[in-house]
Design a protein around this ligand. Structure first.
Ligand code: F6R
Length: 614
């Protein structure tokens, strides 16, 4: 996590840095800071908390940096050391001539620090980053070349990093490098930008160079020089970024989350383009590079993911198993990587990640790749580290998701699983053609159904407000919607801080039912289908313990009015597609409760959008 930016060119740098950091706030917001090459020397400005505090801090200093055209900036998600000004980046060496910003974790920082202290370095922060500032400065004092100093220092560093470095001796030079952390260079006319992610630069340029691990770029207004970790020259390859600057605007919505919820019908339409033309035509999924023969004989799939993506994966398992009869295991990446797994070259491994940068999932993918598995990545970021590990890549094309709470990327991931499961079922001939046709027909009209729900969002807001002051919240469901209950609860807890939990309803009586009394809201995801009656009984059991019952349902059953104090009705849909239809009101409930409570919806406390630490 953390976000870094850098700029060297002819324009006034401070606004470029602060605007860039604002676009990276989703990566963390514990503190921020910039270092700017001023007339005589580098000046550093820092503040604790959100970026607006740094903007305040900068007020009154305008004369110092009015003509500055080079600088670096950082927004922090604290790992080593509390969110204080001392721990905020940029960090400097002893004499302050060298400044550095860093995203990632230096794993061997303790031993590096001990050695550097012995050599006379004085540490002012508790961060792992500061060792890099001292280390590069020492190398610089030996070789007098900033690029070489960074290259030599990176040989001593273990862990993950993206770094931007400046030195008082080099008035128009930035040196940047990375390993296991994202870093992109934006290419302008007589100017270069560096950033952890595209949103920080897309307003200025759509031409970019992605650095590979261990590469070091030296940026001056005129040119970008690239070398590998051994010092060999490399020709930088620029590509055109697919992002539109407009994607970063709220477009009149109060929060990005609300905007992104409303984008979901179009997200579904987008992912279907070119892949599903008509219900009676086969799904086209050229992105899957496994041969038809291999797919036919496949008997095991392992899906790995974290958080919301893990919930999408759980539904993916349900779909693949029921459409194709292939056994699927789903595991949180953070668990998967620390045990002996039986993944091998006969297992298809699917990694699911909105950002494509989540450290645990990336490590899990690399581990399975080393064991010979075919790696299929489902991600919203075809330009991410995970995408680069992929043998097969399904980009979900949800457009950039700014709000920390994932919404549209989740629905897009589900769509990828529907297409994949249908595609494999067609190849394996594991379902009747008439069933496939009916499923595809329904898939194609999901956007209209979501639009119907969004048209009645005021009703959902009204229900949500009834529960805004509760301390706890339980979501129950069964079958394919059990992960929907988990995801609904996750959405609520992460943005409202209400203690929300999702349960498979059949498990209530094995413990959680003890929690129920007249203060506890229980939301039952009661969708027509194979487990409807069972879930209804479980809801009765909860009602018998006086819980405040809410139904989210597509049933027209009048009896429900007696059982539930509030009912949110959604359009009818085949059970297999109910996770998409049910999710929209759950996102809205979480949103409206958090908004009603005045929480920071798009940037909830302690979270970051891209979790690049294990
Ligand atoms: C919740 C949320 C997180 C992410 C998780 C994995 O709204 O966004 O739970 O889903 O951190 O991130 P990705 O999908 O980028 O791997």
């Amino acid at each position: 996590m953390c976000g870094i930016v850098g700029y060297v060119g002819k324009k006034s740098v401070v606004d470029i840095l602060t605007d860039g950091l604002e676009q990276l706030e989703y990566r963390g917001y514990d503190s921020s800071g910039i270092a700017v090459m001023c007339k005589d020397d580098i000046k550093v400005y820092k503040a604790v908390g959100k970026l607006k505090n740094l903007r305040e801090e900068l007020k009154g200093h305008e004369n110092e940096f009015a003509s500055s055209t080079m600088g670096i900036g950082h927004i922090r998600w604290a790992t080593h050391g509390a969110p204080t000004v001392l721990n905020a980046h940029p960090h400097t060496c002893n004499c302050g001539n060298l400044v550095i910003v860093h995203n990632g974790i230096i794993e061997n920082y303790k031993e590096l620090k001990e050695n550097l202290i012995k050599l006379g370095c004085i540490f002012r922060s508790e961060t792992d980053t500061e060792v890099v500032a001292h280390l590069v400065a020492r190398k610089y004092s030996q070789c007098n070349d900033l690029t070489e100093a960074v290259r030599l220092a990176s040989k001593d560093i273990e862990g993950a990093y993206a770094l931007c470095v400046m030195h008082n001796d080099c008035k128009q030079k930035l040196v940047i490098t990375k390993r296991n952390a994202p870093l992109v260079v934006g290419v302008g006319l007589n100017e270069f930008y560096a950033a952890s992610d595209v949103p920080a630069i897309i307003k200025h340029t759509n031409k970019a160079v992605y650095l590979s691990d261990n590469q070091i770029a030296t940026l001056t207004p005129e040119k970008m020089e690239l070398i590998d970790g051994d010092g060999n020259k490399i020709e930088p390859k620029a590509e055109i970024l697919p992002w539109e600057p407009v994607a970063l605007s709220k477009m009149g919505y109060k929060h990005f989350m609300l905007k992104e919820i409303h984008e979901q019908p179009d997200v579904i339409r987008n992912i279907l383009v070119g892949r599903l033309h008509a219900p009676d035509e086969n799904v086209v999924l050229d992105e899957v590079k496994l041969t038809k023969e291999t797919l036919k004989n496949l008997n095991r799939i392992q899906i790995i993911a974290c958080g919301t993506s893990l919930h999408a994966a759980m539904i993916g398992k349900y779909l693949i198993e029921s459409f194709c009869g292939i056994a699927v295991d789903v595991e949180a990446s953070s668990e998967y990587i620390y045990r002996k797994t039986v993944t091998d070259e006969h297992t298809l491994v699917i990694g699911v990640s909105q950002s494509g940068e989540t450290a645990d999932t990336l490590t899990a993918i690399k581990q399975s790749k080393a064991k010979g598995s075919h790696i299929l990545i489902i991600t919203n970021r075809p330009d991410s580290a995970m995408a680069r590990e992929a043998d097969s890549l399904i980009p979900v094309s949800a457009g950039i998701e700014v709000s920390v709470a994932a919404t549209k990327s989740y629905v897009a991931q589900l769509m990828a699983f529907y297409l994949l499961a249908l595609y494999m079922a067609e190849i394996k001939e594991s379902m009747a053609v008439s069933d496939l046709t009916s499923l595809k027909a329904e898939l194609m009209i999901l956007p209209q159904k979501i639009e119907q729900i969004l048209a009645h969002k005021d009703d959902i807001q009204r229900v949500a407000k009834c529960y805004a002051n509760t301390k706890d919240f339980i979501y129950i469901a069964r079958g394919i919607n059990y992960p929907t209950a988990l995801e609904g609860a996750l959405k609520l807890k992460e943005i409202s801080y209400i203690n929300a939990t999702g349960y498979p309803a059949g498990e209530l009586k094995h413990g959680p039912i003890a929690m129920l009394d007249e203060t506890m809201p229980v939301l039952s995801i009661l969708m027509n289908g194979s487990v409807y009656e069972k879930l209804l009984s479980n809801s009765e059991e909860a009602k018998a313990r006086n819980a405040r019952m809410i139904a989210l349902t597509n049933s027209k059953d009048e009896k429900l009015n007696d059982l539930f104090e509030n009912i949110i009705r959604v359009p009818d849909v085949q059970e297999l597609f109910s996770p998409i239809i049910a999710m929209i009101p759950l996102q809205l409930i979480a949103y409206y409760i958090a908004e009603f409570l005045g929480k920071d919806v798009d940037q909830p406390r302690n979270l970051a959008k891209s979790v690049t630490v294990e």
